[in-house]
Design a protein around this ligand. Sequence first.
Ligand SMILES: Nc1nc2c(ncn2[C@@H]2O[C@H](COP(=O)(O)OP(=O)(O)O)[C@@H](O)[C@H]2O)c(=O)[nH]1
Ligand SMILES: [Mg+2]
Length: 718
Amino acid sequence: MKTYQTDQIKNIALLGNSGSGKTTLSEAMLFVGGVIERRGTIDAKNTVSDYRPIEQENGNSIFSTVLYTEFLNKKINILDTPGLDDFSGGVISSLYASDCAVLTINVQNGVEVGSEIHYRHAEKVHKPLILVINGLDHDKANFEKSIETMRDRFSHNVILVQYPVNEGAGFNSIIDVLKMKMLQYPKDGGAAKVIEIPADQKAKAEELHNALVEKAAESDESLMELYFSNDTLTEEEIRKGIAKGILSRGMFPVFCVSAKNNIGVDRLMEFIVSEAPSITDMPVPVNSKGQDVKPDPAGPASVYVFKSSIEEHIGEINYFRVYSGKISENLDVVNTNNGVKERLSQLYVCAGKSRIRVPELYTGDLGALVKLKNTKTDHTLNVPGNDWRYEGVKFPEPKYRTAIKAQSEHDDEKLGEALNKIHLEDPTIIVEYSKELKQIIVHGQGEYHLNIMKWHLDNIYKIPTNFNPPKIPYRETITKSAQADYRHKKQSGGAGQFGEVHLIVEPYTEGSPELSMMKFGGKELKLSVRGKDEIDLDWGGKLVYVNCIVGGSIDARFMPAILKGIMEKMEVGPLTGSYARDIRVYVYDGKMHPVDSNEISFRLAGRNAFSIAFKNAGPRILEPIYDVEIMVPSDRMGDVISDLQGRRGMVLGMSSEKRFEIIKARVPLAEMNKYSTALSSVTGGRAIYTMKFSEYAQVPGDVQDAVIKAYAEEEEEE
Ligand SMILES: Nc1nc2c(ncn2[C@@H]2O[C@H](COP(=O)(O)OP(=O)(O)O)[C@@H](O)[C@H]2O)c(=O)[nH]1
Ligand SMILES: [Mg+2]
């Protein structure tokens, strides 16, 4: 394959609702570019892009796929993405690696939920956007209506470059109002015959041409002046204006295709290679040291790995984008995330699972590496001497969780390994081995996302598993102060055990002063602080351990043993066995025995005194509260809010954005189980949401009773 220079490379992410024809379009683009000799189809399960078993079984894309095609002496790298929101990880990393988004719209339906969601993903990262209306050969094609929905949802920046002359079965002609020609395709598609616009289309074509010229002029002041003085622009000026307009997201040009019949695809590719932005047009990335990484092919070699996958017979493959310099085979680089030296022994470009070995790749290009020692998604590889990294892909926070268990204990280790691989290929699947909950919790983007993961465990890794309801990481704390004494005494022949501890517990809040005096049962206790340990607990919150021993009633050498005993109870709280937090303990008195006192005795005395005091100190269960943000179509807002109220949710605010409402709420994690599924059914799949841990808060009394009861029942079973 030819070596492409920086100015000959375009990177596009194919976005769009599931079923809008992204994978079929990428297949046609590879065919037009001569990368493949036959076009596969979704039905025949032989497309280049959807090559994985699950994609062929389901008939839709699950992962993003890296492809390339060649056209007019340029290279287009294509990232075909999955349309379903549960797999948005592949969309986000593809947008990161590309310079332009191409959003396909199914002309039968116009803008769909997934189109809107993908549009927002592109908007969020300020990627230029080209719109492609696909399926114009379909009986139910409705171009005008599709355009209407696009203008409505994606703003007045939607501008036609083309319109179909004969949409529906038999579709073969497109009027291109940039070229001001008609493109007529043979029955089975391919290269267009470029002919004059027929008389009956002239007026409409003129009108749309003028709209396009005006829009192009709007993107540049000097063009606007030319346009005003000459009343028109030359083709070159129009192209310049369009390129600028696309880059600033001031215009979203619309193209017409039938991906299935390979109609309009050559012209779309021509537009991409000549008008779509390339890496040198885009904002310059800033590295971890705050320096610009200029897209300079003569600069120091630097690549960012945006995706890893595991392929049969090969193992790990790392897909990267060259941000600077030139990468060649056998180049020695350093992984700046972990300091490991890597040699780039084999360099590839990819079209799905087929890889073509290449000697070198220039700035802006996408490629793949195999046989690296310790490199994976989100890592940076630089030539030695440049130890900085890239900011990296920002994957969404997980919003759906389940507990998973291998059906057979023999598979536990295998399951761990499989989950590691699954996470490597899809960083939006996060695996948590919770010692606290005694469960493996898998976090993902939705129920379907995790069901697909299970499909892989069943069918690829052959590990039968069960999903179980995930437990909630409750916490325990106290709400008032309490005092307790405990004497641990064992004297039955031989060496005895003796330790007595008197302590006070009180709720701790950041910055609250220590007590100097306390009253219990009418008695006044003076406390004088001798020493203090402030312990930041691994599970959040603090334990403050205050030594107020006077007159040597407990030897200083036993104080750590008492703390150890208290920590044992902090780890397995007295109410439900959950971690305890935010407590201050004053050990102010006790007794020793000249012979029998030892560390064990004081550990046990400390533990039991703490447990008794804790239970008398108004103990409460705390639960994790999440900040939830939901974007919902205005007409479904009421339903979503009443559903939230049923989940003990507290709505904090609402704001409007176009035809959507954004609801901000705080909801206990315990009530978020299967929320994505419920929200989808309340809104017909038209809402999206994010959730993020906020803080721990006390549970209401009735919930506390239920949680304690459930814990007691579980303990009995064990
Ligand atoms: N009639 C017609 N069907 C199409 C066209 N493009 C794709 N399809 C069909 O639409 C379905 C979904 O296509 P696919 O490429 O998987 O869409 P994706 O989910 O966006 O990748 C498949 O059955 C395709 O054969 C088209 O231009 N015309
Ligand atoms: Mg697809």
